[in-house]
Design a protein around this ligand. Structure first.
Ligand code: NAP
Length: 294
């Protein structure tokens, strides 16, 4: 039987509708929710991404401002800008657009964002709280993956779960979430000797590597939940001989969909849900600022 498709775009629409109601309630009782996104340099991709964030924010009733710094901005100037946004009571959420110019350190800058305003959940303090099983604001992509697993209806407790790719922002937080839900988790990475031997045992398989179609059917246990986080732009020739650019995941969708029980597509799976989680984090962050504990 073909895999059931985990329709991230449809789930994202449901979440945005709920967030719209929550934002309206919050605004009526406590004033506007405002997101400030910081972009350093003139990266065209970053500006495009910011533009789509602006549209989605406004749609759910969140104010959005883009704070632009020149490519030549120093680490100290960027930190001073973050401090200003941290201190501004009208700003309830801060996004740091990546990539930053080479002379600026991502982690140092992310660490400076007030954990209560860190709507992407990238401050090491927020990632660290996951290890305690008490997230304040969790990384959006890890939340999206967790939501897709939840929507499959397959129990995590006692399940064999494998997470391929162990980055700080995606793979490791997903590993922690699965552990919190009492799955037995194996973390695979570049040094894993026999990847297929691990992935074939997985009831829940999450792939977050950034290698187009790394995972074929020979890596998948029949009936497994497969969540594909990868986003890869590739150029390939169609059977009709036309050269096309397309976005594919880390999982070979066509062949794996014949084996898996549940599969998230790329595009239309983790991606749209990640943006919905950013909006949900934004409203939750505003609420949590009303009752700060640190
Ligand atoms: P990353 O920081 O580059 O991490 C990739 C991880 O995969 C690293 O742990 C890397 O190990 C490991 N790896 C590399 N080759 C491997 C292999 N052959 N087998 C097993 N593990 C391997 O990337 P990321 O930020 O986690 O993102 C991963 C993918 O997800 C990318 O395609 C990215 O575009 C996508 N993504 C999607 C969303 C979304 O919203 N849908 C959000 C974030 C990321 P080493 O570090 O040791 O090399």
């Amino acid at each position: 039987m073909p895999a059931q498709i985990l329709d991230g775009a449809a789930y994202a629409a449901e979440i945005r509708a709920a967030v719209t109601r929550q934002v309206a309630w919050y605004t009526a009782h406590h004033g506007p929710i405002k997101l400030s996104a910081v972009l350093v340099g003139s990266d065209a991709g970053g500006r495009l991404y910011a533009e789509s964030q602006r549209k989605l924010s406004i749609k759910v009733g969140v104010q959005y401002e883009l704070v632009e710094l020149p490519e030549s901005a120093t680490q100290a100037e960027l930190l001073a800008e973050i401090d200003r946004l941290n201190a501004d009571p009208e700003v309830t959420g801060i996004i740091l657009q990546l990539p930053l110019p080479g002379h600026i350190e991502d982690a140092v800058t992310q660490y400076r964002i007030d954990p209560y305003k860190d709507v992407e959940g990238v401050n090491p303090a927020n990632i660290g709280l996951l290890f305690y099983g008490e997230p304040l604001i969790a990384p959006c992509t890890a939340l999206a993956v967790t939501e897709l697993i939840r929507r499959s209806g397959v129990p995590q407790r006692g399940a064999e779960a494998v997470v391929v790719g162990q980055s700080r922002i995606v793979g490791r937080p997903v590993t922690m979430f699965l552990l919190t839900h009492l799955a037995t988790v194996t973390g695979c990475h570049v040094a894993t000797r026999d990847l297929a031997a691990h992935t074939r045992a997985a009831d829940i398989l999450v792939v977050a590597v950034g290698k187009p179609r790394l995972i074929g059917p020979e890596y998948v246990k029949p009936g497994a939940v497969v969540i594909d986080v990868g986003i890869n732009r590739i150029t390939e020739e169609t059977p009709a001989g036309k050269v096309v650019r397309r976005t594919v995941g880390d999982v070979d969708f066509g062949s794996v969909s014949k084996i898996a029980g549940y599969l998230s597509p790329v595009p239309g799976g983790v991606g749209p849900l990640t943006v919905a989680m950013l909006l949900r984090n934004t409203v939750e962050a505003a609420h949590k600022q009303l009752h700060r504990r640190m």
